[in-house]
Design a protein around this ligand. Structure first.
Ligand SMILES: [Ca+2]
Ligand SMILES: [Ca+2]
Length: 205
């Protein structure tokens, strides 16, 4: 029997906002990221927000595993040359650190029409000194109990997601995810001279 979002909520596995969404293009800097599920059934257009849309100001945002990510992913990164000392969480303006977040999106039971549904990940981000121009966003898949972290998306911020990415630039960076490769969770990593206010995953069917 597929786990419903309400069942996951009862288990405490949805510590974020779950709302129907409109256009995925614009951030909504409102009160929709306060950690309460407002919708518990699958609809054609849904979004899940991680962190608080507070214009980079209110950190640390409430995220599971902040200020890093789930321990198995932190261990994986360390084994691949990125020690925990180089990681940071949302709203952290420290340069030369990797923003990481574990995204327990709770949407998997809604992937009923794949590949007709599309999944998009957006990060409201700001470029920091000194060389953000070469920064990238990498997304790893993770299933409960199977802690391997295959990369399912890896995109340079510029020019793929925005034409320019110079210190002080702010943008809502959106990238498609290969929905058939997405399991229970995702691991987000943005390196290394950028900061992230909040992350949003949009499901459109
Ligand atoms: Ca950089
Ligand atoms: Ca924030």
């Amino acid at each position: 029997m597929p786990r419903s979002a309400s069942a996951l909520l009862a288990l405490g596995l949805l510590p974020f906002a779950l709302t129907a969404c409109g256009s995925p293009e614009e951030p909504t800097l409102g009160d929709d990221a306060l950690g309460e599920a407002e919708q518990t059934v699958c609809t054609p257009n849904m979004s899940v927000t991680f962190g608080t849309a507070d214009n980079f100001g209110g950190g640390p945002d409430p995220l599971p595993y902040a200020p890093t990510a789930m321990p198995e992913f932190v261990t994986y990164l360390a084994a691949n040359g990125i020690p925990a000392s180089q990681l940071k969480t949302l709203d952290d303006a420290t340069s030369n650190r990797h923003t990481v977040a574990t995204l327990r999106h709770g949407l998997r039971s809604c992937f009923t029409q794949t590949p007709f549904c599309t999944l998009t990940l957006c990060a409201y981000s700001r470029a920091l000194p000194t060389t953000p121009q070469n920064d990238t966003i990498t997304v790893h898949d993770t299933d409960f109990g199977t802690y391997s972290f295959p990369i399912i998306a890896n995109t340079a911020v510029t020019p793929a997601l925005t034409p320019t990415w110079n210190p002080g630039n702010t943008a809502f960076l959106c990238m498609p995810l290969p929905i058939t490769s997405v399991g229970d969770m995702l691991q987000f990593r943005m390196q290394n001279e950028s900061m992230v206010d909040f992350i949003r995953i949009n499901l459109n069917c």
